[in-house]
Design a protein around this ligand. Sequence first.
Ligand code: MEV
Length: 345
Amino acid sequence: MSGGEGTVPAVGAGIPAREYPVTARAPGKAILFGEHAVVHGRPELLLAIDLHTQVTAHRAAAWSLNRRTAAVRENPYLAALLADAGPGGRPLALTAVSRLPRASGLGSSAAFVAALLAVVAAGSGGSGRAALAGRGYAVERAAQGGVGSPGDTAATVFGGLLAINGGPGPVLWEASDGKRSWAVRRVADPGWTWVIGYSGTPHDTAATVRAVGRRLARPDGEALLDRFAAVAGDGIRAVAAEDRDRVGALLDENQRLLAEIGVSTPRLEELLEAVRPASAGAKLTGAGAGGSVVVLPRAGREIEAVRRLARAGAIALAVRTAPGGVTLLEPPDPEGEAAPPAEGP
Ligand code: MEV
Protein backbone atom coordinates (compact mmCIF):
# COMPACT_ATOMS: atom_id res chain seq x y z
CA MET A 1 0.00 0.00 0.00
CA SER A 2 0.97 3.62 0.07
CA GLY A 3 4.11 4.64 1.89
CA GLY A 4 3.31 8.33 1.36
CA GLU A 5 0.54 10.66 2.40
CA GLY A 6 -2.35 8.53 1.14
CA THR A 7 -5.23 8.14 3.51
CA VAL A 8 -7.75 5.34 3.84
CA PRO A 9 -10.93 6.69 5.42
CA ALA A 10 -12.89 4.23 7.53
CA VAL A 11 -16.43 3.25 6.57
CA GLY A 12 -18.57 6.13 7.80
CA ALA A 13 -21.52 5.50 10.08
CA GLY A 14 -24.70 4.37 8.37
CA ILE A 15 -27.84 6.43 7.79
CA PRO A 16 -29.48 7.29 11.13
CA ALA A 17 -33.24 7.38 11.81
CA ARG A 18 -34.66 10.91 11.41
CA GLU A 19 -37.98 12.77 11.40
CA TYR A 20 -38.98 14.30 8.05
CA PRO A 21 -38.12 16.60 6.35
CA VAL A 22 -34.77 14.96 5.60
CA THR A 23 -32.06 15.83 3.06
CA ALA A 24 -29.39 13.42 1.81
CA ARG A 25 -26.48 14.11 -0.52
CA ALA A 26 -24.55 11.50 -2.47
CA PRO A 27 -21.34 11.92 -4.51
CA GLY A 28 -20.78 11.09 -8.17
CA LYS A 29 -17.89 8.98 -9.38
CA ALA A 30 -15.07 8.78 -11.90
CA ILE A 31 -13.71 5.43 -13.06
CA LEU A 32 -9.93 5.43 -13.40
CA PHE A 33 -9.43 1.86 -14.65
CA GLY A 34 -11.52 -1.10 -15.70
CA GLU A 35 -14.99 0.13 -16.77
CA HIS A 36 -16.83 -2.43 -18.91
CA ALA A 37 -14.38 -5.20 -17.94
CA VAL A 38 -15.74 -4.91 -14.38
CA VAL A 39 -19.17 -5.96 -15.66
CA HIS A 40 -17.47 -9.28 -16.56
CA GLY A 41 -15.91 -9.64 -13.10
CA ARG A 42 -12.52 -8.01 -13.82
CA PRO A 43 -10.91 -5.35 -11.55
CA GLU A 44 -11.87 -1.69 -11.51
CA LEU A 45 -10.52 1.39 -9.70
CA LEU A 46 -12.84 4.34 -9.15
CA LEU A 47 -13.27 7.32 -6.87
CA ALA A 48 -16.21 9.21 -5.44
CA ILE A 49 -15.95 12.83 -6.64
CA ASP A 50 -16.95 16.02 -4.88
CA LEU A 51 -19.96 16.73 -7.13
CA HIS A 52 -23.17 15.68 -5.44
CA THR A 53 -26.84 14.90 -5.96
CA GLN A 54 -29.10 16.11 -3.17
CA VAL A 55 -32.59 14.74 -2.40
CA THR A 56 -34.99 16.26 0.14
CA ALA A 57 -38.06 14.35 1.38
CA HIS A 58 -41.22 15.66 3.09
CA ARG A 59 -44.15 13.55 4.22
CA ALA A 60 -47.01 13.96 1.71
CA ALA A 61 -50.36 12.50 0.65
CA ALA A 62 -48.89 11.05 -2.57
CA TRP A 63 -45.43 10.27 -3.99
CA SER A 64 -43.95 13.00 -6.20
CA LEU A 65 -40.58 14.03 -7.58
CA ASN A 66 -39.90 17.73 -8.12
CA ARG A 67 -43.67 18.34 -7.68
CA ARG A 68 -44.66 15.86 -10.41
CA THR A 69 -46.63 12.76 -9.38
CA ALA A 70 -46.21 11.25 -12.89
CA ALA A 71 -42.45 11.20 -12.34
CA VAL A 72 -42.98 8.32 -9.94
CA ARG A 73 -43.86 6.10 -12.94
CA GLU A 74 -41.65 7.84 -15.49
CA ASN A 75 -38.40 7.94 -13.55
CA PRO A 76 -37.04 4.38 -13.90
CA TYR A 77 -35.00 4.58 -10.68
CA LEU A 78 -37.84 5.82 -8.51
CA ALA A 79 -40.22 3.31 -10.14
CA ALA A 80 -37.74 0.48 -9.45
CA LEU A 81 -37.27 1.61 -5.86
CA LEU A 82 -41.00 1.70 -5.19
CA ALA A 83 -41.50 -1.68 -6.91
CA ASP A 84 -38.74 -3.11 -4.72
CA ALA A 85 -40.14 -1.57 -1.51
CA GLY A 86 -43.63 -2.91 -2.23
CA PRO A 87 -46.84 -1.27 -1.03
CA GLY A 88 -47.03 0.15 2.46
CA GLY A 89 -44.26 2.73 2.35
CA ARG A 90 -45.68 6.10 3.40
CA PRO A 91 -45.55 8.58 0.50
CA LEU A 92 -42.95 11.31 0.24
CA ALA A 93 -42.69 14.51 -1.75
CA LEU A 94 -39.14 14.43 -3.12
CA THR A 95 -37.05 17.22 -4.58
CA ALA A 96 -33.77 16.43 -6.28
CA VAL A 97 -30.98 18.75 -7.41
CA SER A 98 -27.64 17.70 -8.83
CA ARG A 99 -24.30 19.06 -9.98
CA LEU A 100 -23.81 15.87 -12.01
CA PRO A 101 -24.90 16.04 -15.65
CA ARG A 102 -27.25 13.15 -16.50
CA ALA A 103 -25.89 10.19 -18.50
CA SER A 104 -22.41 11.74 -18.50
CA GLY A 105 -20.44 8.81 -17.08
CA LEU A 106 -20.17 10.53 -13.69
CA GLY A 107 -22.52 8.32 -11.70
CA SER A 108 -25.57 10.59 -11.61
CA SER A 109 -28.03 7.69 -11.48
CA ALA A 110 -26.20 5.80 -8.69
CA ALA A 111 -25.97 9.05 -6.68
CA PHE A 112 -29.69 9.76 -7.18
CA VAL A 113 -30.59 6.23 -6.07
CA ALA A 114 -28.30 6.41 -3.00
CA ALA A 115 -29.70 9.77 -1.89
CA LEU A 116 -33.23 8.51 -2.47
CA LEU A 117 -32.62 5.34 -0.48
CA ALA A 118 -31.01 7.37 2.31
CA VAL A 119 -34.03 9.67 2.76
CA VAL A 120 -36.37 6.66 2.69
CA ALA A 121 -34.16 4.75 5.17
CA ALA A 122 -34.01 7.76 7.50
CA GLY A 123 -37.79 7.59 7.93
CA SER A 124 -37.85 3.85 8.57
CA GLY A 125 -35.33 3.35 11.34
CA GLY A 126 -32.06 4.06 9.48
CA SER A 127 -29.75 1.72 7.56
CA GLY A 128 -26.21 0.38 7.56
CA ARG A 129 -24.07 1.20 4.52
CA ALA A 130 -23.79 -2.37 3.23
CA ALA A 131 -27.58 -2.80 3.32
CA LEU A 132 -28.03 0.52 1.53
CA ALA A 133 -25.47 -0.48 -1.12
CA GLY A 134 -27.24 -3.84 -1.65
CA ARG A 135 -30.56 -2.11 -2.25
CA GLY A 136 -28.95 0.58 -4.43
CA TYR A 137 -27.36 -2.03 -6.68
CA ALA A 138 -30.66 -3.94 -6.97
CA VAL A 139 -32.54 -0.74 -7.92
CA GLU A 140 -29.87 0.32 -10.46
CA ARG A 141 -29.81 -3.11 -12.10
CA ALA A 142 -33.59 -3.27 -12.32
CA ALA A 143 -33.77 0.23 -13.83
CA GLN A 144 -31.00 -0.63 -16.34
CA GLY A 145 -32.69 -3.80 -17.54
CA GLY A 146 -30.53 -6.19 -15.49
CA VAL A 147 -27.07 -5.14 -16.69
CA GLY A 148 -24.15 -3.58 -14.84
CA SER A 149 -21.67 -3.94 -12.01
CA PRO A 150 -22.03 -2.55 -8.47
CA GLY A 151 -19.03 -0.21 -8.90
CA ASP A 152 -20.98 3.06 -9.21
CA THR A 153 -23.18 2.12 -6.25
CA ALA A 154 -20.13 1.31 -4.10
CA ALA A 155 -18.51 4.69 -4.87
CA THR A 156 -21.56 6.76 -3.98
CA VAL A 157 -22.43 4.75 -0.85
CA PHE A 158 -18.94 4.35 0.66
CA GLY A 159 -17.04 7.29 -0.86
CA GLY A 160 -13.25 7.51 -1.26
CA LEU A 161 -11.05 5.57 -3.65
CA LEU A 162 -12.22 1.98 -4.18
CA ALA A 163 -10.93 -1.13 -5.92
CA ILE A 164 -13.43 -3.70 -7.16
CA ASN A 165 -12.07 -7.26 -7.43
CA GLY A 166 -8.52 -6.05 -6.82
CA GLY A 167 -6.13 -4.57 -4.30
CA PRO A 168 -5.14 -5.76 -0.85
CA GLY A 169 -6.94 -5.16 2.40
CA PRO A 170 -10.25 -6.10 3.97
CA VAL A 171 -13.43 -6.36 1.93
CA LEU A 172 -15.84 -3.50 2.61
CA TRP A 173 -18.81 -4.93 0.75
CA GLU A 174 -19.52 -7.82 -1.62
CA ALA A 175 -22.20 -8.11 -4.28
CA SER A 176 -23.23 -10.78 -6.75
CA ASP A 177 -25.65 -11.06 -9.68
CA GLY A 178 -25.79 -14.85 -9.40
CA LYS A 179 -23.18 -15.31 -12.18
CA ARG A 180 -20.40 -12.98 -11.05
CA SER A 181 -19.34 -11.47 -7.78
CA TRP A 182 -17.58 -8.25 -6.87
CA ALA A 183 -15.54 -7.53 -3.72
CA VAL A 184 -15.02 -3.85 -2.84
CA ARG A 185 -11.88 -2.68 -1.02
CA ARG A 186 -10.50 0.71 -0.05
CA VAL A 187 -7.33 2.00 -1.69
CA ALA A 188 -5.10 4.65 -0.07
CA ASP A 189 -5.90 7.97 -1.75
CA PRO A 190 -2.92 10.02 -2.96
CA GLY A 191 -5.13 13.14 -2.74
CA TRP A 192 -4.55 14.22 -6.34
CA THR A 193 -6.77 16.67 -8.19
CA TRP A 194 -8.36 15.08 -11.27
CA VAL A 195 -9.90 16.94 -14.19
CA ILE A 196 -13.17 15.90 -15.79
CA GLY A 197 -14.35 16.99 -19.23
CA TYR A 198 -17.98 16.29 -20.10
CA SER A 199 -18.38 16.12 -23.89
CA GLY A 200 -21.99 17.34 -23.71
CA THR A 201 -23.22 14.14 -25.37
CA PRO A 202 -25.26 11.95 -23.03
CA HIS A 203 -24.98 8.18 -23.44
CA ASP A 204 -27.08 5.10 -22.81
CA THR A 205 -25.12 2.99 -20.34
CA ALA A 206 -27.23 -0.16 -20.66
CA ALA A 207 -27.08 -0.12 -24.49
CA THR A 208 -23.31 0.46 -24.41
CA VAL A 209 -22.76 -2.36 -21.90
CA ARG A 210 -24.78 -4.71 -24.15
CA ALA A 211 -22.82 -3.69 -27.26
CA VAL A 212 -19.54 -4.34 -25.43
CA GLY A 213 -20.90 -7.72 -24.29
CA ARG A 214 -21.43 -8.65 -27.95
CA ARG A 215 -17.90 -7.50 -28.83
CA LEU A 216 -16.45 -9.55 -25.97
CA ALA A 217 -18.37 -12.65 -27.06
CA ARG A 218 -15.99 -12.91 -30.07
CA PRO A 219 -13.12 -15.43 -29.85
CA ASP A 220 -10.57 -12.84 -28.62
CA GLY A 221 -12.95 -11.56 -25.88
CA GLU A 222 -11.32 -13.36 -22.94
CA ALA A 223 -7.84 -12.24 -24.02
CA LEU A 224 -9.09 -8.65 -24.25
CA LEU A 225 -10.59 -8.88 -20.77
CA ASP A 226 -7.27 -10.20 -19.46
CA ARG A 227 -5.54 -7.13 -20.90
CA PHE A 228 -8.07 -4.86 -19.17
CA ALA A 229 -7.48 -6.76 -15.92
CA ALA A 230 -3.69 -6.42 -16.18
CA VAL A 231 -3.91 -2.64 -16.74
CA ALA A 232 -6.38 -2.18 -13.86
CA GLY A 233 -4.28 -4.33 -11.51
CA ASP A 234 -1.15 -2.31 -12.36
CA GLY A 235 -3.19 0.89 -12.04
CA ILE A 236 -4.39 0.01 -8.54
CA ARG A 237 -0.79 -0.64 -7.45
CA ALA A 238 0.54 2.53 -9.13
CA VAL A 239 -2.12 4.78 -7.52
CA ALA A 240 -1.46 3.25 -4.09
CA ALA A 241 2.27 3.90 -4.66
CA GLU A 242 1.46 7.51 -5.71
CA ASP A 243 3.44 7.00 -8.95
CA ARG A 244 1.90 9.75 -11.12
CA ASP A 245 3.90 8.97 -14.28
CA ARG A 246 3.05 5.29 -14.16
CA VAL A 247 -0.63 6.01 -13.46
CA GLY A 248 -0.66 8.42 -16.42
CA ALA A 249 0.86 5.83 -18.78
CA LEU A 250 -1.68 3.22 -17.62
CA LEU A 251 -4.61 5.62 -18.13
CA ASP A 252 -3.47 6.06 -21.76
CA GLU A 253 -3.14 2.29 -22.15
CA ASN A 254 -6.65 1.76 -20.72
CA GLN A 255 -7.97 4.30 -23.25
CA ARG A 256 -6.47 2.32 -26.13
CA LEU A 257 -8.29 -0.79 -24.89
CA LEU A 258 -11.57 1.14 -24.59
CA ALA A 259 -11.12 2.35 -28.17
CA GLU A 260 -10.50 -1.26 -29.23
CA ILE A 261 -13.86 -2.40 -27.80
CA GLY A 262 -15.59 0.45 -29.63
CA VAL A 263 -16.70 2.83 -26.85
CA SER A 264 -14.48 5.80 -27.66
CA THR A 265 -15.76 8.41 -30.13
CA PRO A 266 -14.10 11.04 -32.35
CA ARG A 267 -15.35 13.72 -29.91
CA LEU A 268 -13.80 11.99 -26.88
CA GLU A 269 -10.53 11.47 -28.80
CA GLU A 270 -10.58 15.19 -29.69
CA LEU A 271 -10.88 16.12 -26.00
CA LEU A 272 -8.06 13.73 -25.05
CA GLU A 273 -5.87 15.25 -27.76
CA ALA A 274 -6.69 18.81 -26.63
CA VAL A 275 -5.67 18.14 -23.02
CA ARG A 276 -2.55 16.06 -23.82
CA PRO A 277 0.09 18.81 -23.20
CA ALA A 278 -1.17 19.30 -19.61
CA SER A 279 -1.89 15.65 -18.94
CA ALA A 280 0.13 12.85 -17.36
CA GLY A 281 -2.50 10.50 -18.81
CA ALA A 282 -6.20 10.51 -19.66
CA LYS A 283 -9.06 8.34 -20.84
CA LEU A 284 -12.81 8.26 -21.22
CA THR A 285 -14.57 7.49 -17.97
CA GLY A 286 -17.76 5.47 -17.51
CA ALA A 287 -19.57 3.71 -20.31
CA GLY A 288 -18.16 5.90 -23.15
CA ALA A 289 -20.02 6.37 -26.47
CA GLY A 290 -20.39 9.99 -25.32
CA GLY A 291 -20.06 11.03 -21.70
CA SER A 292 -16.83 12.27 -20.16
CA VAL A 293 -13.06 12.03 -20.02
CA VAL A 294 -10.95 11.91 -16.85
CA VAL A 295 -7.49 13.46 -16.82
CA LEU A 296 -4.61 13.10 -14.40
CA PRO A 297 -2.95 16.50 -14.93
CA ARG A 298 0.79 16.92 -14.80
CA ALA A 299 1.63 18.19 -11.30
CA GLY A 300 0.75 21.90 -11.03
CA ARG A 301 -1.03 22.01 -14.43
CA GLU A 302 -4.58 21.34 -13.23
CA ILE A 303 -5.95 24.75 -14.29
CA GLU A 304 -4.28 24.46 -17.68
CA ALA A 305 -5.97 21.06 -18.16
CA VAL A 306 -9.37 22.60 -17.28
CA ARG A 307 -8.75 25.47 -19.73
CA ARG A 308 -7.67 23.18 -22.55
CA LEU A 309 -10.78 21.02 -22.19
CA ALA A 310 -13.05 24.07 -21.94
CA ARG A 311 -11.47 25.58 -25.05
CA ALA A 312 -12.20 22.32 -26.87
CA GLY A 313 -15.87 22.74 -25.92
CA ALA A 314 -16.16 20.44 -22.88
CA ILE A 315 -17.75 21.25 -19.54
CA ALA A 316 -14.52 21.02 -17.58
CA LEU A 317 -14.12 20.69 -13.83
CA ALA A 318 -11.32 20.02 -11.39
CA VAL A 319 -12.49 17.43 -8.86
CA ARG A 320 -11.11 15.75 -5.76
CA THR A 321 -12.07 12.61 -3.93
CA ALA A 322 -15.23 12.81 -1.82
CA PRO A 323 -13.97 10.85 1.19
CA GLY A 324 -17.38 9.92 2.63
CA GLY A 325 -20.29 8.40 0.77
CA VAL A 326 -23.96 9.29 0.93
CA THR A 327 -24.85 11.22 4.05
CA LEU A 328 -27.76 13.08 5.66
CA LEU A 329 -27.40 16.82 6.00
CA GLU A 330 -27.72 18.08 9.53
CA PRO A 331 -31.13 19.66 10.18
CA PRO A 332 -31.00 23.38 10.93
CA ASP A 333 -30.37 24.06 14.61
CA PRO A 334 -33.77 25.30 15.94
CA GLU A 335 -32.08 27.33 18.66
CA GLY A 336 -29.75 28.91 16.12
CA GLU A 337 -32.74 29.74 13.92
CA ALA A 338 -34.72 31.26 16.78
CA ALA A 339 -31.81 33.29 18.06
CA PRO A 340 -32.29 37.02 17.52
CA PRO A 341 -29.74 38.65 15.24
CA ALA A 342 -26.66 39.87 17.07
CA GLU A 343 -26.91 43.54 17.93
CA GLY A 344 -24.29 45.90 16.66
CA PRO A 345 -22.08 47.89 19.05
C1 MEV B 1 -20.61 2.64 -15.88
O1 MEV B 1 -20.35 3.73 -15.02
C2 MEV B 1 -19.48 1.66 -15.84
C3 MEV B 1 -19.67 0.41 -16.68
O2 MEV B 1 -18.58 -0.46 -16.40
C4 MEV B 1 -20.96 -0.29 -16.37
C5 MEV B 1 -21.00 -0.87 -14.96
O3 MEV B 1 -19.96 -1.13 -14.34
O4 MEV B 1 -22.13 -1.10 -14.50
C6 MEV B 1 -19.63 0.72 -18.17
